[in-house]
Design a protein around this ligand. Structure first.
Ligand code: ATP
Ligand code: MG
Length: 565
C-alpha cells in the first residue's frame, strides 16, 4: 500500500515566508528544526493532526528535522497509555521522528539548574503567598498588579528555600518559584509568572524523584532551546506567552528559537480540546477515545479514514494566522476523495428484504464476475454467487412508485448488478400489512446484466444471495453534536447539552457478500451504492462488524458552491 508514502508538502504560507527569510539572512545557518510537542494527557485529535502535518511537513520540505517531544510536566494528568497512543497515531499518520524522541521530563535536572541560575541573577524568587493571594496580587487587564511581600527575599534565602522545596520539606502550595519581571507589565503573563510549584505526585517517567515540577511556559522554551529548534510553531493562544518565552531564554543567555503562532483548527459539529473529549469518554457518551464518532486520530482510524485522507485534508485547509471554523463536510470530502480511488467495491445490504425469482431454478447457483474498482483497472475482479433467493435493499422497492422512480415496483424492470434483468411481479405481506418479501421473474437472455435486444433499464440495484451471504453488524454514524458550534455558549448552554442522541445507529442483521466474511479489522471497502465501510475490531469469525466511514454522497461541493455565491 502506498498510504504511508507522504509526498504531500505543506505548500506556501506565512510560516514558510518567515523560514525563507531566515534562510536568506542565515539566522539559523539555513537549518530548519521543528518539533511536535504534545502533552500526554489524552489522545490526539484532528487538530493535532494539523500540527503534526505542519511540523513534520516543514521538516520534510526544507530537508530539516522534526522532533517528537512529550511535554510531560504535569504528573497528575499524564499517563503512559497516552504516550503510547500518541506515538502510534503519529506513525499511523505516516510520520517518523527517527531517533529524535524527547521528553521534557528528561530535562528536569537542567531545568532545575537554570532556575538556580535565575535565582542567582536576582531574576527569580520563592513566593510564599497562597494561590488565591497570588491571583489577587496579579491585577487585571486594566489595573497593574502588586508586588508580593516576599519579592525582595535575599538570593541566599531564595536558594535555600528552593533547595528545600526540591527536598520535599514543604507541602503542596506552600511555596512557588516565580520569575522576577514586572508586576505592572501590560502583558499579564509577564507579571512574575510561576516557574515551579510543589506537587507531591508520582510522575509516569521520573517516579518520585521530584516533588517540584516546572511550569509549561518555563519548560517549553528551554526544551526548544536545548533541542536547538529553529522554528517553534504553536497555536494562537500562545501569542502573549511569546514575550515570556523570549525573556527566559534571553535572561539565561541561551540559544533562542523563533516562536511562531498559527490558528488552531476548529471544526463544525465537534469539540476539539482533550479536556472536553476526556469528559465524553469518562461520562460514557462514547465507547472510548477510539469511538468512531470521536474527532480523535484513533477514532477516525477505527471509522475507516485513511492516513492519506487526513493528510490531504490538512493540506487543503492550509495554515493561517486568523482563527476560523472548518466545515466537517470538507473532512468527509477528503475522505471520499481518497477512498473512492482506493476502496474495493462489494455488495452489502444494510436494510434487507427478500427477493424471490419465481422462474429461476430451485437449487441453481451461478457466479458472476464483478469489477473490484472501476477507478482502478489494476484492482481486478471477483466472482459473486447468485441464486433464486436474494436480499436487496428495502428502499429499492416502492409500492406506489412515482414515474421517476427507477428502481423496483410491481411491473417494473431493473438490473441486478452484473447478473440479470428482473421484473417485479408482486409482494407478500404479513398480517400487519407490512411487505415481507418481493417476487419477481428474470430474463435468462440478460445474463451478466445486459440485454441483446437493446432493451434498456434505468435502474441498477445491488443484491446478495441468501444462501451465500454473511450476516454482519453495520454501525452507521452521524455527527456527535447537533449544533454547528457546540462550544458557543451564548444561550447559556454547555457543549454536552448538544450531544446528538442519534449519532449511532446499529443494524445488527445486514447481509454482505461471502468475500467480506473473512476480512481483518481495519479492512476498508465500499458497499456499492451505500457508502464506505471499515471492518471493526469488534468483528468475530462468526460475525463481521462494519463501521460506515462515510456515505457516498458529497455535501461539500454543494456547500462550497453556496459559499461562492
Ligand atoms: P488540547 O486543548 O486539545 O488539550 P493542547 O494544545 O493542550 O490541545 P497539546 O498536547 O499541548 O494540546 O498540543 C500539542 C501541539 O498540538 C501543540 O503545538 C498545539 O499547539 C497543537 N494543537 C493542539 N490543538 C490544535 C488544534 N486544534 N489545531 C492545531 N494545532 C493544535
Ligand atoms: Mg496543552
Amino acid at each position: 500500500m502506498s498510504e504511508n508514502n507522504t509526498e504531500s508538502s505543506v505548500g506556501k504560507n506565512f510560516i514558510t515566508t518567515i523560514i525563507d527569510k531566515d534562510n536568506e539572512t542565515g539566522k539559523y545557518e539555513g537549518r530548519v528544526a521543528t518539533r511536535f510537542p504534545p502533552e500526554p494527557n489524552g489522545y490526539l485529535h484532528i487538530g493535532h493532526a494539523k500540527s503534526i502535518c505542519l511540523n513534520f511537513g516543514l521538516a520534510k520540505d526544507y530537508k530539516g528535522t522534526c522532533n517528537l517531544r512529550f511535554d510531560d510536566t504535569n504528573p497528575v494528568k499524564e499517563d503512559v497509555e497516552y504516550v503510547d497512543s500518541i506515538m502510534a497515531d503519529v506513525r499511523w499518520l505516516g510520520f517518523d521522528w527517527d531517533d529524535r524522541l524527547h521528553y521534557s521530563s528528561d530535562y528536569f535536572g537542567k531545568l532545575y539548574e537554570y532556575a538556580v541560575q535565575l535565582i542567582k541573577a536576582g531574576k527569580a524568587y520563592v513566593d510564599s503567598l497562597s494561590a488565591e493571594e497570588i491571583r489577587e496580587h496579579r491585577g487585571t487587564l486594566k489595573e497593574p498588579g502588586k508586588n508580593s511581600p516576599y519579592r525582595d527575599r535575599s538570593i541566599e534565602e531564595n536558594l535555600d528555600l528552593f533547595e528545600r522545596m526540591k527536598n520535599g520539606e514543604f507541602e503542596d502550595g506552600e511555596h512557588v518559584l516565580r520569575a522576577k519581571i514586572d508586576m505592572a507589565s501590560p502583558n499579564v503573563i509577564m507579571r512574575d509568572p510561576t516557574l515551579y510549584r510543589i506537587r507531591k505526585a508520582h510522575h509516569h517517567r521520573t517516579g518520585d524523584a521530584w516533588c517540584i515540577y516546572p511550569m509549561y511556559d518555563y519548560t517549553h522554551c528551554i526544551s526548544d532551546s536545548l533541542e536547538r529548534i529553529t522554528h517553534s510553531i504553536c497555536t494562537l493562544e500562545f501569542e502573549n506567552n511569546r514575550e515570556l518565552y523570549d525573556w527566559v531564554l534571553e535572561t539565561l543567555g541561551a540559544y533562542r528559537p523563533q516562536q511562531i503562532e498559527f490558528a488552531r483548527l476548529n471544526m463544525t459539529y465537534t469539540v476539539m480540546s482533550k479536556r472536553r473529549l476526556i469528559q465524553l469518554v469518562e461520562d460514557g457518551y462514547v465507547s472510548g477515545w477510539d469511538d468512531p464518532r470521536m474527532p480523535t486520530i484513533s477514532g477516525m482510524r477505527r471509522r475507516g479514514y485513511s492516513p492519506a485522507s487526513i493528510r490531504n485534508f490538512c493540506e487543503r485547509i492550509g495554515v493561517a494566522k486568523a482563527a476560523n471554523m472548518v466545515d466537517f463536510a470538507l473532512l468527509e470530502f477528503s475522505v471520499r476523495d481518497d477512498l473512492n480511488r482506493t476502496s474495493p467495491r462489494f455488495m452489502g445490504v444494510v436494510d434487507p428484504i427478500k427477493l424471490v425469482i419465481e422462474n429461476y431454478p430451485e437449487g441453481q447457483v451461478e457466479e458472476f464476475e464483478c469489477q473490484n474498482n472501476p477507478e482502478d483497472p489494476e484492482a481486478g475482479s471477483r466472482m459473486v454467487p447468485f441464486s433464486r433467493t436474494l436480499y436487496i435493499e428495502r428502499d429499492d422497492f416502492m409500492e406506489d412508485a412515482p414515474k421517476k422512480y427507477f428502481r423496483l415496483s410491481v411491473g417494473r424492470e431493473v438490473r441486478l448488478r452484473a447478473a440479470y434483468y428482473v421484473t417485479c411481479t408482486g409482494v407478500v405481506k404479513n398480517d400487519a400489512g407490512e411487505i415481507v418479501e418481493l417476487r419477481c421473474t428474470y430474463d435468462p437472455e440478460t445474463r451478466g446484466g445486459w440485454s441483446n435486444d437493446g432493451r434498456k433499464v434505468k435502474g441498477t440495484i445491488h443484491w446478495v444471495s441468501v444462501d451465500h451471504a454473511v450476516e454482519a453488524e453495520v454501525r452507521l454514524y452521524d455527527h456527535l453534536f447537533t449544533k454547528e458550534n457546540p462550544m458557543d455558549n451564548k444561550d447559556g448552554s454547555e457543549f454536552k447539552d448538544h450531544i446528538n442522541p442519534d449519532s449511532l445507529e446499529v443494524r445488527p442483521r445486514c447481509y454482505v457478500e461471502p468475500a467480506l466474511g473473512k476480512v481483518e479489522p481495519g479492512f476498508r471497502c465500499q458497499f456499492e451504492r451505500i457508502g464506505y465501510f471499515c471492518a471493526d475490531p469488534d468483528s468475530t469469525p462468526e460475525k463481521p462488524v462494519f463501521n460506515r466511514t462515510a456515505t457516498l454522497r458529497d455535501t461539500w461541493k454543494k456547500i462550497e458552491n453556496n459559499q461562492k455565491k
